[in-house]
Design a protein around this ligand. Structure first.
Ligand code: FEO
Length: 164
């Protein structure tokens, strides 16, 4: 099976986007850790791993369909956010951007009648619904907590606690 050159290039671009997100969230995790917000740092470390998994999932697909994987240099992630809320806001905006990137890939697959890529991408469409929703939720909690970062931290720790 083969994918078009255009699809191959866009998928490689998305691999970089996902690795970029992984780096961005790692930088945020370090910032939170520096503020002694260990729960929030842990949550973003988890996101870092998830983004890396997304990148590798796409990479494996490109290889599976006989495409070429070209990795690109990543820009340094931003780490000088003015506040915790500003960092979470950036993460939320980032997820909205990724959703658009995935939707653009789906549109390309539809245009090319590339049903294999279309099917592969559905997992990412569904994943983005969850990722945008959880980041939106976290942003709202951060807005409600305001300067009381301990409230936000305690919410996140509760969220991360094993259930049952
Ligand atoms: Fe892989 Fe959070 O987008």
């Amino acid at each position: 099976m083969h994918i078009s050159k255009a699809m191959n290039a866009k998928l490689c671009e998305q691999i970089s986007n996902e690795f970029g997100a992984s780096q961005a969230y790692l930088a945020m995790a370090c910032m939170f850790d520096g503020l002694a917000l260990k729960g929030l740092a842990k949550l973003f470390r988890k996101q870092t791993d998830e983004e890396r998994e997304h990148a590798l999932k796409i990479l494996d697909y490109v290889l599976e369909v006989g495409g070429d994987v070209k990795l690109a240099a990543l820009p340094a992630p931003k780490s000088d956010f003015s506040s915790v809320k500003a960092a979470i806001d950036a993460a939320h905006k980032h997820e909205l951007r990724v959703t658009q990137q995935i939707h653009d890939l789906v549109a390309l697959a539809d245009k090319e009648k590339d049903y294999a890529s279309r099917s592969f991408l559905q997992w990412f469409v569904d994943e983005q619904v969850e990722e945008v929703s959880s980041m939106e939720h976290l942003l709202r909690i951060a807005e409600m907590a305001g300067v009381n970062l301990l409230q936000l931290e305690s919410y996140v720790r509760h969220m991360l606690a094993p259930k049952g």
